[in-house]
Design a binder for this molecule. Structure first.
Ligand SMILES: NC(=O)c1ccc[n+]([C@@H]2O[C@H](COP(=O)([O-])OP(=O)(O)OC[C@H]3O[C@@H](n4cnc5c(N)ncnc54)[C@H](O)[C@@H]3O)[C@@H](O)[C@H]2O)c1
Length: 316
């Protein structure tokens, strides 16, 4: 279906004032998404185990996605759910795969079952590029083999299979969005995704040398959080399809280029400290986003230079 049809459909189906539940709404992406939904006029209900950032007006329930009883009350009367709640620490998933599986996979099943029982037709789920593992060809499209390298990637893959299975079994219109390296303000430097941007920004601000593991030729596909929020809004407004879809910028950037761009914005010389490469680091990553364009009308708007401008300030 063409983009224009989708936009027409969006307006006809969900309109501001409807209630949207955001699980994990207190986290990095959740905070940006709740702000965006509130700007669009939606009523937001947040479910998280920690309170939301100040400035979010939505209703907040402190509970786990594992608590089915609390989910039920929250989902009643909602139009759609954006399911972001997860344990995102890849290393922790290796040391405690049960905890990771429990929140990321079983927690997602809880969300789906509760949504189905409450008559909520659309759950937009945050899956991850981690489902692909080390790419065997680039750019990575959705038909690329899935071979997760961590329990985190495996739990996301398992969860997205349930998300799409519920479309087939129960006629839901769920979406599984495979997010690549999301960045933006308010990101935790320990994030396995784009924490490197926060780390570089902090080093530049403090007059320290940014650290690069390896020779800096490893690549990532950095996508701005505002573009990711747009993708989630489109997913709840248009409904999902039976395939997971990549959400990324479709631009391959080396860590060296990233660091140089950030130093350039800050107007400081680029002088990184190189440390030995980390074992298990993926060498190259860039997504094909044709499917997201076709099914959601998704097209990223924020270039890396512009997005970094909102994160890195001039030092002098
Ligand atoms: N940031 C990225 O680049 C990226 C890339 C791919 C996928 N994702 C996915 O997007 C989602 C959001 O990521 P983020 O970067 O905002 O992470 P985040 O850690 O900032 O947010 C996750 C939120 O989930 C909450 N949470 C954890 N366990 C919970 C539980 N049992 N019940 C309820 N809430 C719980 C946390 O408190 C946190 O607020 C996650 O599902 C993550 O796997 C993120």
């Amino acid at each position: 279906m063409c983009v224009v049809c989708h936009i027409a459909l969006r307006k006809a189906v969900l309109i501001g004032d409807d209630v949207i539940v955001v699980t994990g709404g207190s986290g990095f992406i959740g905070t940006h998404l709740c702000q965006r939904l509130e700007e669009d006029g939606y009523k937001v209900r947040i479910l998280d185990i920690v309170p939301p950032q100040s400035g979010i007006r939505g209703e907040f329930v402190r509970a786990s996605v594992l608590d089915a009883g609390r989910l039920q009350k929250l989902f009643n009367g909602a139009e759609a759910v954006v399911h972001l709640a997860a344990l995102i620490d890849v290393a922790a998933s290796v040391s405690d795969p049960y905890a990771d599986f429990s929140v990321n996979a079983a927690g997602t099943l809880n969300v789906l079952e509760t949504a189905r029982r409450a008559g909520v037709k659309r759950v937009a789920f945050a899956s991850s590029a981690a489902v692909y593992g080390e790419p065997v060809r680039l750019p990575v499209d959705e038909e690329h083999p899935t071979a997760p390298l961590s329990p985190y990637g495996a739990s996301k893959l398992s969860a997205e299979r349930y998300v799409l299975l519920y479309n087939r079994l129960y006629g839901m219109e769920n979406a599984a969005l495979r997010l690549f390296n999301v960045y933006g303000s308010g990101q935790n430097p320990l994030s396995p995704y784009s924490g490197v941007i926060t780390k570089f920004a902090n080093a530049i601000r403090d007059g320290k040398r940014p650290i690069i593991y390896g020779d800096g030729s490893q690549t990532r596909d950095f996508v701005h959080v505002d573009d990711v929020c747009e993708a989630f809004v489109r997913a709840i407004e248009c409904g999902g399809k039976d395939m997971p879809c990549n959400i990324a910028s479709a631009t391959e950037t080396t860590l060296l280029e990233l660091m140089e761009e950030m130093c350039n914005i800050a107007d400081v010389p680029a002088d990184p400290e190189f440390l030995p490469a980390r074992e298990g680091d993926i060498k190259r990553s860039v997504a094909d986003i044709a499917l997201a364009k076709k099914t959601l009308g998704f097209s990223p708007k924020i270039s890396l230079a512009r997005g970094l401008g909102g994160i890195v300030g001039k030092r002098k």
